[in-house]
Design a protein around this ligand. Structure first.
Ligand SMILES: [Zn+2]
Length: 127
């Protein structure tokens, strides 16, 4: 069963949860009991393991502190990293859903990667 991650807007914490698929109702936030958790995209962390990415983020003090301060840029950065450097877009949701059905939309992913790299954010993805 895959691990999905959810972000709680109320208390700013991330919850990891085993779900059968993304359509399953998100868990309640263990911190505040909120049921309004947003799913964080982590499906595309195919090159690094989930744990690698997670520890990479947690070791980035600027990023974690930014998140504690409710800095939207930090949140965006988190999402970006958890999604393997991609942006979470409706397109991506569709791709994610397809992958969860066992398909592997290589062409779409490749296109997205090219789009992303052509945006040239300066920050190099260490690998
Ligand atoms: Zn909460």
């Amino acid at each position: 069963m895959p691990i999905y991650e959810y972000w709680c807007d109320s208390c700013r914490r991330i919850t990891s949860s085993y779900r059968q698929n993304s359509a399953v109702t998100p868990p309640l936030c263990p911190g505040c009991g909120s049921s309004d958790l947003k799913r964080i995209f982590s499906t595309f962390s195919v090159q690094k393991t989930y744990r690698d990415v997670y520890e990479d983020i947690l070791s980035d003090r600027d990023l974690t502190q930014g998140m504690m301060r409710d800095d939207p840029r930090a949140l965006a950065e988190w999402n970006k990293r958890m999604s393997g450097g991609e942006k979470s877009t409706p397109d991506y949701e569709e791709i994610t859903e397809r992958m969860e059905r066992g398909e592997w939309p290589v062409t779409q992913m490749d296109k997205k990667r090219k789009e992303f790299s052509s945006q040239g954010e300066g920050k190099s993805e260490s690998d």
